[in-house]
Design a protein around this ligand. Structure first.
Ligand SMILES: [Zn+2]
Ligand SMILES: [Zn+2]
Length: 285
C-alpha cells in the first residue's frame, strides 16, 4: 500500500510539474504577446498624438515633411472653390467648370445716403453688371495695376473700386461717403473704396469673406495684419491667397496679384490708370 502511494505521489509530482511548467510557458507567451500589443498601441498613440497636435490630417503631415515652407503658389493650389452661396440674393450667380458668372444691377441691398447732395452731384442708377471670375485663380509673375471703375465686387452686388479718386488722390480721405461708406460716380454707379459698415460681420471677424476680385481671389474683412503685400493680400493654408480690407491705404486692394479678367474692366475708363489732373476737379468717382 505504501509503495503504491509513493509511486502515485511521484506520478502526481511529475504530472504536476509538467503541467505547471506548460502553464507557466503559456503565461509567459501571453504576457509577451500582451506586451507586444501594448507596445504597438503606445507607438500608435504617440504617432496619432503627434499628428493630431500639429496637423489636421495625415496628408498635411506628409506634405510638411516634403517641404518645410510651402511656396505661395502651392498654397494657392489648395484654395477652396468660391461658391455662389457667398453672394446675397439680389445677385444672380451661375457657374461652369472654369468661371463664376455674376449679374447685378448694382443697387446696394442696404440704405444709402441722399444723392445728389452738395458734396456729390451724382445720382445712384441701376446698372447692368455682368462679371466673370476664374474659379481657380492663379498668381501672376507680376502685379497688375488696378483700373478705374470696378476692380471687383462685394458679395452684395456693389462694385469695389481702387483707392483713388479721379484726380489720383486717396479717395477715402478726399471724398465724401454715406453711412455705408459708398457713393455714386458720374455714371450713377454706387461703389465702395473701403470696407462698408453695412457688410455684416466684416469688421468683427477678420476672415468673413466680403467679395471677389476680378483676378478671382476672395476679399476678406478688416485686418491689421502686417504681413500683407502691396496688393493687400497674403496666403494661408486654409484660404490660399486672399485680400483683406484695412483701415489704412489701400483700404481694400492695392493691385492684382493674380491675373485679372480684363473683360470685367470698365470699357470707358477701365484701361486708364488714375490720371494726374491740375485745376478743375471733375465730380467724385
Ligand atoms: Zn487672411
Ligand atoms: Zn468713388
Amino acid at each position: 500500500m505504501k509503495k503504491y502511494f509513493v509511486i502515485f505521489a511521484i506520478l502526481m509530482l511529475l504530472l504536476g510539474c509538467s503541467s505547471s511548467a506548460e502553464k507557466k510557458d503559456q503565461a509567459v507567451e501571453k504576457t509577451v504577446a500582451k506586451e507586444k500589443n501594448e507596445t504597438l498601441e503606445v507607438v500608435e498613440k504617440t504617432a496619432t498624438n503627434n499628428v493630431g497636435s500639429f496637423y489636421e490630417n495625415e496628408s498635411d503631415f506628409l506634405e510638411e515633411e516634403k517641404q518645410d515652407t510651402p511656396k505661395v503658389e502651392e498654397i494657392v493650389e489648395q484654395k477652396p472653390e468660391t461658391t455662389p452661396e457667398l453672394f446675397s440674393k439680389n445677385v444672380k450667380v451661375t457657374s461652369d467648370l472654369d468661371y463664376i458668372y455674376v449679374e447685378s444691377n448694382g443697387m446696394p441691398p442696404h440704405e444709402t445716403g441722399e444723392f445728389p447732395n452738395p458734396a456729390n452731384p451724382n445720382t445712384i442708377k441701376q446698372q447692368n453688371y455682368k462679371f466673370k471670375f476664374a474659379l481657380k485663380p492663379v498668381l501672376a509673375s507680376k502685379n497688375t495695376k488696378l483700373p478705374m471703375g470696378p476692380v471687383g465686387i462685394a458679395f452684395n452686388g456693389v462694385p469695389i473700386y481702387n483707392p483713388y479718386n479721379a484726380e489720383g488722390a486717396d479717395a477715402v480721405k478726399a471724398e465724401i461717403f454715406d453711412q455705408c461708406e459708398g457713393h455714386p460716380d458720374p455714371q450713377g454707379r454706387y461703389h465702395y473704396h473701403q470696407l462698408s459698415d453695412c457688410i455684416e460681420g466684416s469688421k468683427e471677424k477678420i476672415h468673413t469673406a466680403i467679395g471677389l476680385s476680378f483676378d478671382g481671389f476672395v476679399i476678406y474683412g478688416l485686418t491689421d495684419s502686417s504681413d500683407l503685400d502691396e496688393c493687400n493680400g497674403h496666403a494661408d493654408k486654409e484660404r490660399g491667397y486672399h485680400y483683406h480690407a484695412t483701415t489704412t491705404f489701400p483700404y481694400i486692394m492695392g493691385c492684382y496679384s493674380g491675373v485679372p479678367e480684363a473683360s470685367d474692366f470698365d470699357q470707358n475708363t477701365g484701361k486708364l490708370p488714375p490720371p494726374p489732373q491740375n485745376g478743375n476737379s471733375p465730380p467724385p468717382r
